[in-house]
Write a protein of this length. Sequence first.
Length: 219
Amino acid sequence: MKEESARRSPTAFARHLVVMAKLPVAGRVKTRLARGVGVGRAVSFYRAGLAAAFGRVSQARRWTTYVAVAPDSGIYEPVWPISCRRIAQGRGDLGQRMQRVMDGLPPGPVVIIGSDVPEIRSEHIASAFKILASADVVLGPSPDGGYWLVGLRRRPRIARIFDRVRWSHAETLSDTLANAVGLQVCWLEQLDDVDDADDLARLSERAGRRIPSPPNIFS
């Protein structure tokens, strides 16, 4: 009976989706975009992107959604979806913060995304978790040499694929893959993210269309 209960335990097979997010205030978010379009528009874009991302992916019951907040004090601000669990990102570069997320969550596969990918849908998240049923790593590449999604199976161990990665760099993905030698890596489709004014202009039709949030998504 104990063995059967363990096999059925929801904790052992829980799926965890984490949205990495910064407190949406001027000077803290989309600074490269702000240089091209102005601070006000950049913050508005970031807030709309957060709401759209959560509206698309956080309502699925197939996984638990977390928002990983920076700075840590922002975890208490009333701007986050009430449907998501809040965790602090902690200190360090992006790789150290994502590794902390991977290390700290309960057992089960973890998928991490950002909030600046206008085309992301719940189907992408479902596909990532399906891949992680057998693969060690799943990645969603971006045209700029980075990636818009990363997931780890976290069994039989939690891989460390973020060490010594050059972030916001043309070699971000290559550096990550160098850390994943010996692991089974699978891929999702390539999607664009929005980092600067050129990205926003190129994706203006899609980036400007906000998916309506379900009622009471924000507290």
